[in-house]
Design a protein around this ligand. Structure first.
Ligand code: NAD
Length: 455
């Protein structure tokens, strides 16, 4: 039996806040830019724009014999460090603007964790819940065929994202391989099933990487009485590939997952959820809502629950100016991409709530995707332990780099660039998103100039 949890009333999203993804990524970029010194004129415009955009409309025959037209996008933002890399999402709300902003995010993420890839992203406007398995297969094959000259092991490499899976990646690989026979094409896509050249540990990588990032961050002792995950109450929005793995790993590290959710709502248990029970219930009923011995919460209520760590692991713009003032977590670990708006960032920072941003926290996914790509080049399969050790050390190094740069701003070793003279005085230390972006943008800018502007 389930009951509703009594919580305070939640406000709706304020109408005044601009949720346009391009506007949001611009805001985030500009906040970092004021702290970057000696930025060569003209480079800013280049770094803000995507290198190329492909939009395709294509027909798919449905099971009942009718034909439906779908639209898909693939955006390559920047390839200074290497081929484009980024997931493909299937969702009814996919827009070109969202895909562009997510491709930019991938550029900064790869640069931050020193992965030799550029940023890319793709999406198809569709509702996977209304499509059968065979319809999804035909949609994926046709989209891949439309992108046959866009994707490539050394040009643009897709991966899973919202509502795409290992199976989707297997279909993409197969379609590409049929159209480009005679070569080792395995590395054209990552996140494949292990039996088809996927990497051990890839499925777990994003969620696990988030937990490594959180653990390393806590060890910096910024949260009084919480210097490791032991006893920390964790709330996770989204119980998919990222959220479910993170939940298990948080528990393994001694934390207590008190609430999780999916698109239909969330479940809460003060003593900690039995994750096996939640997983089994979701497998049987398609949702976590209704798991025995839990209270039901809405997704809005879930974000405001009392906890040490809040992990959004579903959609974008979940933490905004309408709810940021009521978030009770002390640390937010962004499993999802773009879950926090710039207005919310400012509110959270002013309230002393730390945010481990998407480009840092969820970079474990692209990290092990890179390991998969390397294994595919050599037709090798590395041990799970080896991959896990490499992932942990990558995440720790990235957190250390952001933390030490942040400390530079806090103690005043590092002063802001010229543009900051006109910017508002910072009463609080910079937030970690801005610091992570400063590092990433500087690296991409430096590499662009080192390569030289051609011709
Ligand atoms: P997924 O499709 O496996 O899971 C998504 C989860 O979110 C599901 O549990 C779904 O029910 C839930 N959800 C959907 N709509 C919701 C809503 N309105 N409110 C609450 N929950 C909702 O997707 P995923 O791969 O776990 O990706 C989740 C997020 O993590 C996305 O933002 C994605 O971009 C990001 N991400 C994923 C990876 C990866 O490797 N899969 C890597 C980096 C970032």
């Amino acid at each position: 039996m389930t009951n509703k949890l009594k919580t305070s009333k939640t406000d709706s999203v304020p109408e005044a806040e601009n949720f346009d993804p391009v506007y949001i990524s611009e805001q985030q970029f500009n906040r970092a830019l004021v702290h970057i010194k000696d930025f060569r004129k003209g480079l800013v415009a280049f770094l803000k724009q995507p290198k190329r955009i492909y939009t395709v409309n294509f027909p798919v025959e449905l099971d009942d014999g009718t034909v439906q037209s779908f639209q898909g996008h693939r955006v390559l933002h920047n390839r200074v460090f290497g081929p484009g890399k980024g997931g493909i999402r299937y969702h009814p709300d996919v827009t070109l603007e969202e895909v562009v902003s997510l491709a930019k995010l991938m550029t900064w993420k790869c640069a931050l964790v020193n992965i030799p890839f550029g940023g890319a992203k793709g999406g198809v406007v569709c509702n996977t819940k209304q499509l059968s398995e065979s319809e999804l297969r035909r949609l994926t094959r046709r989209f891949t065929a439309e992108m046959a000259d866009v994707f490539g092991p050394f040009t643009d490499i897709p991966a899973p994202d919202l509502y795409t899976s290992e199976q989707t990646m297997a279909w993409i690989f197969d379609t590409y391989d049929v159209l480009h026979s005679g070569a080792n094409n395995r590395s054209v896509v990552t996140g494949k099933p292990v039996s088809m050249g996927g990497s051990l540990g890839r499925h777990e990588a994003t969620g696990r990487g988030c937990v490594y990032a959180a653990r390393r961050f806590l060890s910096k002792a910024l949260l009084p009485n919480q210097q490791d995950l032991g006893g920390a109450r964790v709330v996770i929005q989204g119980f998919g590939d990222v959220g479910a793995v993170a939940a298990t790993d948080f528990c393994r590290q001694g934390a207590k997952v008190v609430a999780v959710s999916d698109s239909q709502g969330g479940v809460f248990r003060e003593d900690g959820l039995d994750l096996d029970e939640v997983t089994a219930f979701k497998a049987e009923h398609g949702t976590v809502v209704g798991t025995p011995k839990t209270l039901t919460v809405t997704n809005e209520e879930l974000l405001e629950l009392d906890c040490e760590i809040l992990m959004p692991a579903a959609l974008g713009n979940q933490i905004h100016s309408g709810n940021a003032g009521r978030i009770k977590a002390r640390l937010i670990v962004e499993g999802a991409n773009n879950p926090t708006t710039p207005a919310a960032d400012s509110i959270l920072n002013s309230r002393g709530i730390y945010v481990l941003p998407d480009i840092l926290a969820n970079a474990g996914g692209v990290t092990v995707s890179y390991y998969e790509w390397v294994q595919n080049q050599a037709n090798e399969q590395w041990d799970a332990e080896e991959i896990d050790a490499k992932l942990q050390s990558k995440m720790y190094r990235a957190v250390d780099a952001v933390f030490s740069r942040w400390q530079g701003f806090v103690v005043g070793d590092e002063v802001a660039g010229e543009r900051d003279a006109t910017a508002a005085n910072h009463e609080r230390p910079l937030d970690f998103r801005t610091v992570a972006l400063i590092i990433a943008i500087e690296r991409v800018a430096e590499a662009t100039l080192m390569r030289g502007i051609w011709p």
